[in-house]
Design a protein around this ligand. Structure first.
Ligand SMILES: Cc1cc2nc3c(=O)[nH]c(=O)nc-3n(C[C@H](O)[C@H](O)[C@H](O)COP(=O)(O)OP(=O)(O)OC[C@H]3O[C@@H](n4cnc5c(N)ncnc54)[C@H](O)[C@@H]3O)c2cc1C
Length: 343
């Protein structure tokens, strides 16, 4: 192992419901897991796309919301103390000289393990780019789709675009550090939580935030340094806001992303697997949940849970080829109960 690398038994890409339940099944097999997710919170689609919607087809739970299911899974896997690397994209994969998988994230985290589990669902959530010509040249320099450190925006003239929770939350939070802040949305109604909208209106009344109706249509500046954002009003007229940072919050979309370059067989952006172990065509790389494909596949959470259980049996053989994993029930095995910290 090289300096800066963290070694574990299993690396899991994706902390959606299936990646989370994989931690449980791997934990029963005494395998330690590290999870990597581009989102800043666990739960995948359940937490990001429908946290408050009821789910009715989780066995034994007649009804629970996406957020409740995530919370229960986190509680269930807590005894196994998984390590989360959130807000990090699994970016590249290679092998160590010793034959382990080495995964590097876009934040520079390097993980090595004998087994890699891809539980990447529909792919990584990436921000939707607004249709502004030439915006790419400004991205990462004066156009940002996320706020990693509020201090980076201190004393800046900011334009925030969007009408959902992210746009309104960041308007309220960044008003304290920005020298000027203008929120731009195509209409004066917002989709964000009413309490946050009320706070934004209060800041507007105190002159700490400006609000304009319209959409950013052009960026003015040079070498990626923004000088002004041109706004198109609903009636088609244009005006400029002088600014040095634009933060567009137009929602997230899902893209397979770097996993497409991991050298795996792909079929229409899905990873074909066998149905005995849910292993890909590459030894010791498994794919479970929405990301995999096999005859009869149903993209349901419960299918992913079943796949995680069978994957864990096969993963154990890679991590401990010399040991036999005995089949046991959690109801009656004192060994499993000790692992679960209930006995
Ligand atoms: C509106 C809606 C309602 C639904 N209702 C139901 C229902 O009632 N019952 C049901 O069973 N299913 C339902 N589903 C489907 C269910 O949500 C999915 O089957 C489930 O989320 C799949 O879980 P997963 O863990 O495989 O993937 P996901 O939940 O998609 O999680 C994958 C995670 O991987 C991360 N990721 C991907 N690539 C990378 C990368 N390169 N680096 C880092 N992180 C990465 C993503 O950020 C994401 O967090 C619903 C889906 C939607 C959209």
């Amino acid at each position: 192992m090289q300096a800066g690398e963290t070694s574990t038994d299993v690396i899991i890409i994706g902390a959606g419901p299936v990646g989370l339940f994989a931690v449980f099944q791997l934990g029963l097999a005494k395998l330690k897991a590290h999870l990597v997710d581009i989102l800043d919170k666990p739960g995948g689609q359940c937490a990001e796309l429908y946290p408050e919607k009821p789910i009715y087809d989780i066995p034994g739970l007649p009804v629970c919301t996406g957020q409740e299911l995530t919370g229960r899974l986190l509680e269930q896997i807590a005894p196994f103390e998984p390590t989360f690397h959130l807000g990090e994209m699994a970016a590249s994969l290679d092998k160590t000289p010793g034959g382990k998988w080495r995964l590097t994230t876009d934040a520079g985290t390097v993980l090595t393990a004998p087994v890699l589990v891809i539980a990447a669902g529909g792919g990584s959530f990436v921000p939707k780019r607004p249709p502004i010509p030439g915006i790419e040249a400004y991205e990462g320099r004066s156009v940002f789709y996320a706020v990693r450190r509020m201090e980076d925006f201190r004393g800046r003239r900011l334009v925030i675009a969007g009408g959902g929770d992210s746009a309104l939350d960041w308007t309220v939070n960044l008003a304290a550090v920005a020298s000027e802040l203008t929120l731009v949305h195509r209409r004066p109604e917002f989709r964000a939580a009413p309490a946050t909208v009320a706070k934004m209106r209060e800041l507007e009344a105190r002159g700490l935030v400006k609000f304009e109706t319209g959409q950013p249509s052009e960026l003015k500046g040079a070498d990626g340094q923004l000088e002004a954002v041109t706004i198109k009003r609903p009636d088609g007229t244009l005006f400029d806001i002088e600014a040095d940072r634009l933060l567009p919050f137009f929602g997230l979309t899902m893209k397979l992303g770097p996993i497409a370059d991991f050298g795996l067989n792909l079929n229409e952006n899905l990873i074909p697997v066998d149905t005995e172990k849910f292993e890909t065509g590459t030894n010791a790389i498994f794919a479970i949940g929405d990301i995999n494909a096999y005859p009869g596949k149903l993209k349901l959470i419960l299918s992913g849970f079943h796949e995680a259980a069978l994957m864990a049996q096969a993963a154990h053989r890679y991590v401990h080829p010399d040991k036999v994993l005995r089949f046991q029930y959690t109801t009656s095995s004192s060994e499993l109960q000790r692992l679960l910290k209930v006995a």
